[in-house]
Design a protein around this ligand. Structure first.
Ligand SMILES: N[C@@H](CCC(=O)N[C@@H](CS)C(=O)NCC(=O)O)C(=O)O
Length: 224
């Protein structure tokens, strides 16, 4: 299997299937295509998928769209439990993953993923506040109803955690104020071996994209 991804510093959609496959022990080869470079479009188009990363290639099967990649992995590796086993938990995991895939444009637009930087805790506007409130409600519901011994949304790491991993990084980068149980969940995601490896790779990348500089100075590195 091969997974085409964008830069690890910025490519939030790429992080999703990448961290899921690593956490579940699904082996794959990685093809990194730097965003915002002349080589990006031709190399992505060579996959004959869409115009974006991530793209998963498994023999003759080509899958793009992060959520579709997760559903393919669930079909392909049923024993890996991409989704929770119990139907109510599985349904809730799918619903909140779809909600992530289709929405939260406020926080996505105002707080781009940047795994090198940390910004001050400031008011980031009504749309961000609305998204943060909705996301923390969904996480709290999942952790309370299905988290069990945890530490992830449905106990063991699953596709829903992967879908929200870039949001965890945004809460961290933009110093979003959260309750202690949400902070614990964020730390659990950021403490995974997979996330640490992704972030270490991000720190070594040479590329800087245009949106790297939002209109304020960083207060430090993503994570000390
Ligand atoms: N809905 C898509 C979004 C993919 C996406 O927007 N990927 C970005 C990188 S994070 C991309 O390829 N951008 C390059 C472009 O749009 O030209 C998914 O779930 O995979």
């Amino acid at each position: 299997m091969k997974l085409a991804i964008g830069n690890k510093t910025y490519s939030s959609w790429s992080l999703r299937p990448w961290i899921l496959m690593k956490e579940l022990g699904i082996e794959f080869e990685e093809d990194m295509i730097p965003l915002d470079t002349p080589e990006f479009r031709p190399r992505v188009n060579a996959y004959q998928a869409g115009n974006t990363v991530p793209v998963l290639v498994d023999g003759e099967v080509i899958v793009w769209e992060s959520l579709a990649i997760m559903e393919y992995l669930a079909d392909r590796f049923p024993h890996k439990h991409v989704w929770p086993r119990e139907i109510k938990a599985r349904t809730f995991a799918r619903v909140i993953s779809n909600e992530m895939h289709a929405g939260f444009r406020g926080i996505r637009a105002a707080c781009p993923m940047n795994l090198r930087k940390r910004y001050a805790q400031i008011d980031r506007g009504e749309l961000v506040a609305k998204d943060v409130s909705r996301i923390t409600k969904l996480w709290t519901d999942a952790l309370t109803r299905f988290g069990g011994q945890g530490p992830f949304l449905f106990g063991a790491f699953c596709a829903a955690d992967a879908m929200y991993a870039p949001v965890v990084t945004r809460f961290q980068s933009y110093s979003i104020a959260v309750d202690p149980h949400i902070r614990r969940y964020m730390e659990a995601v950021m403490d995974t071996a997979s996330f640490s490896a992704w972030q270490n790779d991000a720190m070594q990348e040479p590329w800087i994209v245009a949106h790297d500089e939002i209109d304020e100075p960083p207060i430090g590195l993503f994570r000390p």
